[in-house]
Design a protein around this ligand. Structure first.
Ligand code: KIV
Length: 285
């Protein structure tokens, strides 16, 4: 397969950089907070790589990049394509790629086949899957066969149809026991870290105390061992964001201003200006 120049690997003069691994992240429990963001392409991965320990190629790409209403329609090919792009853009962060809905739930063998394809075709260092107790046996099977697994409990968006919507979990203490038990089950099965999504703070604190691997929160309070956000949400590009998102900048209005200026300049023939035009080399015409 020939690569387009923009797909080339990093220039050879760059010094070799050791990537963080799943065991490195696992060993951070109780130490410095783990910084994780999503990325789906090479340019943002390059920026994140300087600041993040983990880059997640989340299946949220279905909603963010493709305008889907849920992550359910996301395919394995979509995940592999963007996972590969993020690997090309990054050198230091651990890259974790989500296993999409329908690609791992049937059996542990199906999960291994999917995970192996992701690891081989993207070069990433770990996969993530959603589910607690019901996925514990699969996680053990994958880990025993060399697949580092990040688990994901609490609000699991791939189960949106069963949950009845994207709702915070565990706001009623009566719901805590099964969620805490899910987190213990995946940690005991060998997951190197567990994402806790949209759960009440005391439950996140309890789980973080109880399990031996790092918890990475998204809407799960500062009690977690690390934090993750969807990049486009925190950059102010997403039209709607959940309560737990902090917008660190407002890219959407900045992009709109730039696009409006470009459109006005093209229409008034002020762009391109003389500095953007190729002149003829002396002696060639
Ligand atoms: O797909 C995703 O972006 C995720 C994060 C929200 C954790 O799973």
């Amino acid at each position: 397969m020939s690569l387009h120049p923009s797909q080339s690997p990093p220039a050879p003069q760059q010094p070799a950089q050791k990537r963080l691994t799943a065991p490195d992240i696992r060993a951070r429990k109780g130490l410095a907070p783990i910084v994780m963001l999503t990325s789906y392409h090479a340019h943002t991965a390059r920026i994140l790589d300087q600041h993040c320990d983990v880059i997640l190629v989340g299946d949220s790409l279905g909603m963010v990049m493709h305008g889907l209403e849920t992550t359910i329609p996301v395919t394995l090919d979509m995940m592999i394509l963007q996972g590969h792009a993020v690997m090309r853009g990054s050198r230091r962060a651990l890259v974790v790629v989500d296993m999409p809905f329908g690609s791992y739930e049937v059996s542990r063998e199906q999960a291994f086949t999917t995970a192996a394809r992701i690891l081989k075709e993207t070069g990433c260092g770990a996969i993530k899957l959603e589910g607690g107790h019901r996925m514990a046996e699969t996680i053990r099977f994958l880990v025993e066969r060399g697949v580092p697994v990040m688990a994901h409990v609490g609000l699991t968006p791939q189960s949106v149809n069963a949950l009845g919507g994207f709702r915070a979990q565990g706001r009623d203490p009566a719901e805590w026991a099964p969620i805490a038990s899910d987190a213990r089950a995946v940690a005991d099965a060998g997951a190197f870290a567990v994402v806790l999504e949209a759960i009440a703070e005391p439950l996140a604190a309890q789980i973080t105390r109880e399990i031996a691997v790092p918890t990475i929160g998204i809407g799960a309070s500062p009690a977690c061992d690390g934090q993750v956000l969807v990049l486009e949400d925190m950059l102010g590009l997403s039209p709607w964001v959940p309560k737990f998102v902090k917008r660190y900048t407002s890219l959407a209005p900045a992009i709109e201003t730039a696009v409006a200026s470009y459109a006005a300049e093209v229409r008034s023939r002020r762009f391109p200006g003389p500095e953007h035009v190729y002149t003829v080399k002396k002696g060639e015409a």
